[in-house]
Ligand binder design. Structure first.
Ligand code: F6R
Length: 248
């Protein structure tokens, strides 16, 4: 897996935002839509900040952009401050000229008996618009991409999953207490992610070093779902020197 290693997270985020902006503009010139797969969490914050700046100060328009977010907690109301729907509005969508009808974030409030149907429709929608041009990813300490926890296979698609205990522990700081953290999520699958033309995974800080080593240098296994990325034909990891710290 090709690696771009930066000293500072901010620097890496700016370069990734530039790359996304270039793709949006290139598609604009051709009169095409640009389909982005987006992640939440801490890792992409700087990318969204820079994209908002490029919109405000450098005329970058999102009028030809369609977005699909990877995941949402389940159960979760869209309006909750802890929802990924809320996160995306706050960090990106409320500040740029994307058309509301072009935004897709999984809905964590669909009725239990409608989840399967809902997930299949989400997956189908991605295919209908022509697939994802560029997919942004973070990585969890379990090796999850999206919320594809260990045990997720290459041929998994949008579905409901149970969060790993480590992932739940990592979410306690956002939710305040363990009992508040949802135990499930709706997530695009490893297979959904693999359909993207290009994939960029972001990881910052030394607490990601161990899992980055496993994902990049370890064997390809569903114990570390991110290791499947070794088989994608257009993927790169953008990391800082701390997240790269265990690589040989
Ligand atoms: C979020 C997502 C997750 C996160 C991962 C890392 O949409 O899909 O896979 O990317 O849990 O989270 P952070 O960036 O907060 O360390």
């Amino acid at each position: 897996i090709p690696l771009d290693i930066y000293e500072y997270e901010e620097e890496g985020c700016k370069v990734v935002a530039e790359e996304i902006a270039d793709l949006i503009r290139e598609k604009q010139q051709k009169g095409e839509m640009c389909v982005l797969g987006l992640a939440t969490g801490n890792s992409p914050r700087g990318v969204y900040k820079e994209l908002v700046r490029l919109h405000k100060e450098d005329n970058l328009s999102f009028s030809n952009v369609i977005t699909f977010n990877l995941d949402e907690y389940y159960p979760m109301e869209k309006t909750s401050v802890n929802s990924y729907n809320h996160y995306m509005n706050e960090l990106l969508f409320d500040h740029v000229d994307i058309k509301p009808e072009n935004i897709y974030v999984p809905d964590g409030s669909v009725a239990r008996d409608k989840i399967k149907e809902y997930c299949n429709a989400y997956e189908k929608k991605i295919d209908e618009v022509g697939g994802i041009d560029l997919q942004l990813l973070g990585i969890g300490r379990t090796g999850h991409i999206g919320f594809n926890e260990p045990g997720s296979y290459m041929n998994s698609y949008t579905r409901i999953i149970a969060l790993d205990d480590i992932t739940i522990d990592d979410a306690v700081k956002d939710f305040g207490s363990l009992s508040e953290v949802p135990k499930g999520a709706i997530t695009m699958g490893v297979g959904s992610i693999f359909k993207a033309q290009k994939i960029i995974l972001l990881a910052w800080g030394s607490n990601k070093a161990e899992i980055i080593k496993k994902a990049v240098e370890g064997k390809i296994t569903d114990d570390v779902p991110a290791s499947f990325l070794q088989q994608h034909k257009n993927v790169k990891f953008v990391v800082d020197i701390y997240a790269a710290g265990e690589l040989t």
